[in-house]
Design a protein around this ligand. Structure first.
Ligand code: HEM
Ligand SMILES: *[C@@H]1O[C@H](CO)[C@@H](O)[C@H](O)[C@H]1NC(C)=O
Ligand SMILES: *[C@@H]1O[C@H](CO)[C@@H](O)[C@H](O)[C@H]1NC(C)=O
Ligand SMILES: *[C@@H]1O[C@H](CO)[C@@H](O)[C@H](O)[C@H]1NC(C)=O
Length: 567
């Protein structure tokens, strides 16, 4: 044989050998040596464990999984991710969770989810890490201040009223007789309304989505999120692209080409909005005036131009666009699902609905909301915000069905995490033993499962009734709850720590004011013969049982509310 061929062949063989050794080590040996394995956990095969993901991510099973894990294995559990080298810590331990969520330099968002999100909406606050994230969050924080949020209230109310009028005309157009109901797919309408709110509140732009869904920019966002998120089928290519993103550039498929087209539209239209806003601000500055935009875009531009900001803390045009995209992505369907699940629960519990309506009616102004001056709308909201039962109902639905089901973190270095004692460990014989240790060693690269819903539904923390809907529990919480780390009312619904939700206040304003308008004008009941299920497609979405393929849907029977004695 030609000596050259021999050399090439042996080189190839050597490469193959090295690659095989690398893969065997990655997939089999190194997981076996992982110290995390000392933690107990559900049985697993050596190769891969999709089952663990189904147990912990599927909202139909996850509440039971959490309870079973705590009973069998304790609060810190070892589970396997979808690929063999993906080793995860599943924790329902508040002490551990607090350490992880507070310590954002050691625990970052894992690269696969960051890559996925950045590929879609760019590197905004949701997916940026380190200095880049700090810079963006610092610029955005004033835009989400209490004062800034208050300024948005009249706008939010006007969208609530618009939705109410739309539903009223739908009911009339359907030829419904007085006192009869009409079936409305609530989640699609609340989604249109929250897109409208985010358009005007976010960047002073009218999508007009409650009226029709034709707007070019709206379509680009809605279609892109749908194709890339809710219709995502996963599969081998998705995993491959995760590791080798260049594949998408070289061999785009239908989905990637579609997403690229949406991104072009967004860059063109939203990019123009940013430039127009800047021009308006410059024009005002030339005249010695200050431009008073209430929207997040104006406020972010304002904080970027603040004189006492050091140059290295300013953000670029691209950063700004990516954060506008991020608000659209993180702030619309989340809020719409919060509202949708609340209306669903009110439909299931008519006595709660009646009690809530009675409370809301007590602050209804003498004239229609759309005729009020902005200051009057502000004081109406101030009255609504103080209603105790409304507050309890929202806390309870946001606890029971958090729109974000769970999240993930990745340890960027070896760490020792604190745990509440006693900790269970797996002995050499495979038996679970209790030990009085106060820490777990977490090796670099470990993924931490953040069970948002799991914490909210934990019977060990919230008591035996944790899985029940009981708004009155908030009048008398167990003491242990008050030490939990969550940003919103001790729940993890809006996460916790420096990477917690920046839009929490905004979504509470939206949910409260929409509920006020809708519940004082309509009665809600379950649609006959339609069972509603839950699916976790990045967010916890409703669907009609047996018709999941048709996408998220929540049909409710809606009847105009007529006060007694008014007939
Ligand atoms: C009911 C409504 C909402 C819920 C349940 C919710 C929940 C969350 C959660 C759980 C996180 C943490 C994500 C993670 O760690 O993986 C988050 C982050 C975030 N949310 Fe929200 N959110 C809501 C509404 C909003 C709104 C209205 C906005 C407004 C623009 C918003 C903007 C953001 C942003 C920018 C982040 C990333 C923050 C960071 O990493 O610094 N969210 N949200
Ligand atoms: C985060 O963890 C690292 C390593 O354990 C530690 O040095 C640092 O003090 C922690 N920071 C916070 C805010 O807990
Ligand atoms: C196209 O490729 C992406 C990954 O790049 C994948 O997530 C998606 O499911 C694929 N779409 C189709 C229609 O195969
Ligand atoms: C933020 O300020 C810097 C410095 O003035 C400027 O170069 C940059 O373009 C500004 N960013 C935006 C989004 O306007």
């Amino acid at each position: 044989m030609d000596p050259l061929a021999v050399t090439v062949l042996s080189l190839l063989a050597a490469c193959l050998l090295i690659l095989t050794a690398y893969l065997v080590n990655l997939a089999i040996l190194s997981p076996l040596r992982n110290p995390l394995r000392q933690l107990p956990g559900p049985p697993s095969k050596w190769y891969m464990e999709w089952r663990h993901m189904a147990l912990t991510m599927d909202p139909r099973r996850s509440p039971h999984t959490g309870a079973e894990f705590v009973a069998k294995y304790g609060r810190n559990v070892y589970i396997r991710g979808p690929v063999p080298w993906d080793q995860r810590l599943f924790t329902l331990d508040p002490v551990t969770m607090n350490h992880i969520l507070q310590n954002t330099t050691t625990y970052e968002k894992p690269w696969p989810s960051r890559r996925l999100i950045s590929g879609l909406i760019g590197q905004g606050m949701l997916s940026a890490e380190g200095q880049k994230h700090k810079r963006q969050r610092r610029i955005a924080t004033p835009a989400f201040s209490m004062q800034a949020m208050r300024a948005l209230i009249p706008l939010v109310f006007s969208k609530g009223t618009e939705l109410q009028k739309k539903w009223m005309s739908m009911i009339q157009d359907a030829g419904t007789k007085p006192g009869e109901g009409h079936i409305v797919n609530v989640c699609s309408w609340t989604s249109r309304a929250t897109f409208d709110v985010m358009g005007s509140a976010g960047f002073d732009y009218e999508f007009n989505a409650i009226q029709n869904e034709d707007n070019e920019l709206l379509r680009a966002y809605v279609d892109m999120f749908e194709v890339a998120v809710s219709k995502q089928k996963g599969g081998l290519r998705t995993i491959l692209v995760m590791y080798i993103p260049i594949i998408d550039k070289i061999l785009p498929n239908k989905t990637t080409r579609f997403v690229a087209r949406c991104q072009k539209v967004i860059e063109r239209v939203a990019g123009k909005l940013i430039q127009e806003k800047k021009r308006k601000m410059d024009e005002a500055a030339l005249k010695g005036e200050v431009y008073h935009g209430k929207d997040l875009l104006s406020l972010m531009l304002k904080s970027n131009s603040s004189v006492d900001l050091p140059p290295e803390q300013r953000i670029s045009d691209a950063d700004l666009l990516h954060n506008i995209n991020t608000f659209m992505f993180a702030g619309t369907d989340t809020t719409s699902l919060g509202l949708t699940w609340t209306l669903y629960i009110l439909a299931l519990y008519p006595h709660v609905q009646n009690r809530l309506r009675a409370e809301l009616l007590s602050v209804v102004p003498g004239t229609p909301v759309e005729t009020l001056m902005p200051e009057e709308v502000q004081s109406l909201y101030a009255a609504i915000a103080e209603l105790p039962f409304l507050e309890n109902v929202i806390r309870e639905t946001m606890r029971l069905i958090p729109p974000v089901h769970s999240s993930i973190r990745e340890a960027t270095r070896d760490d020792v995490v604190p745990v509440s004692t006693p900790l269970k460990r797996t002995g050499r014989d495979g038996r679970v033993v209790e030990e009085n240790v106060d820490h777990v060693f977490v090796p670099k690269g470990t993924f931490i499962h953040v069970p948002i819903e799991g914490f909210n539904l934990d019977k060990g923390l919230w008591g035996e009734t944790a899985w029940k809907f009981d708004p009155d529990r908030w009048n008398d919480l167990p003491e242990a709850i008050k030490t939990l780390p969550g940003l919103y009312q001790h729940t993890l619904t809006f996460s916790a720590g420096p990477r917690a939700c920046i839009g929490m206040r905004m979504s509470v304003i939206e949910i409260k004011s929409f509920l006020f308008t809708l519940v004082t004008n309509f009665k809600f009941a379950p649609a006959p013969d339609q069972k509603i299920g839950k699916a976790n497609v990045i967010l916890t979405r409703p669907y009609v049982a047996g018709r999941q393929d048709e996408g998220s849907a929540l049909p409710l029977l809606i009847t105009p509310y007529v006060p007694e004695g008014a007939l």
